[in-house]
Design a binder for this molecule. Sequence first.
Ligand SMILES: [Zn+2]
Length: 88
Amino acid sequence: MIREEWAVRPQRESFAKRFPYLAKWLWGNRARRCHWCNIPLTRKTRTFYHLLEKARGGNDLPENIVLACRPCNSSRSNRIRYGYPSRP
Ligand SMILES: [Zn+2]
């Protein structure tokens, strides 16, 4: 279930471009599965997701970043469904 307005939101590939070493570390040291739905990820389907949005004060440290598939990354409702707070 991807709402159209979410589907057109910018994806997170830019993270890997801005922080190539951190992205490589995460890819090499984390389970290569979606943080929420647990499906296996590839380099083409992976995205990097800030648990605490940068707009809410989140940082770019590994603790705040998880690997996620595109649908989960695009769907804010997953945070609520899986117990991650959507509000500070
Ligand atoms: Zn997922």
